[in-house]
Unconditional design. Structure first.
Length: 167
């Protein structure tokens, strides 16, 4: 899905929620943020988000999937198990759906912690490092520790960041 499509599907969610008289909120993560909020890449395979009311939004997302021949998990909340408290900003504030995005620092922290070097994450991390003006691996580690205890930062994350930025 490209950014135009993601926005169209989210607007359709808003319309479906409106028809049911439901107000919803969600926060986007991962590729959807990189594509939609930062224009860092042309597309994303799915939309990682947390949302409330979850059952109503799941029902609306199922209808959007059927209408547009999307995978049933085009909108999913699998990311919720990896979240910690973080800043976010409003991207869209429609009549029945408010869409937030996690701040770039937090997206960088999440992607760095995952340390998936053979995925789009590596390019996303490079983009976020540039966007945030980060010059050293230590700056990334200091930022990671704002969200995650030092003992949770895996050696794979450390090696990955040091490879990108040098020691």
């Amino acid at each position: 899905m490209n950014s135009r499509e993601v926005k169209k599907y989210l607007q359709r969610l808003n319309d479906l929620l409106s028809a049911d008289g439901v107000k919803g909120e969600m926060c986007l993560y991962g590729g959807a943020v990189m594509c939609l909020a930062y224009n860092a890449r042309p597309n994303t395979k799915d939309v990682d988000a947390v949302f409330e009311p979850s059952q109503k939004i799941r029902g609306a997302a199922k209808k959007v999937a059927e209408e547009n021949r999307l995978p049933k998990d085009w909108l999913n909340d699998a990311v919720k198990g990896f979240l910690v408290k973080h800043p976010r900003t409003v991207l869209f504030n429609w009549s029945n759906l408010k869409v937030h995005v996690a701040d770039p620092e937090y997206i960088l922290a999440m992607k760095s912690m995952a340390a998936r070097v053979d995925t789009r994450d590596k390019q996303d991390i490079k983009f976020l490092i540039r966007k945030l003006g980060i010059k050293s691996a230590q700056e990334v580690f200091d930022m990671l520790e704002k969200y995650y205890p030092k003992k949770q930062i895996k050696p794979a994350t450390q090696f990955f960041i040091e490879e990108l930025l040098g020691k």
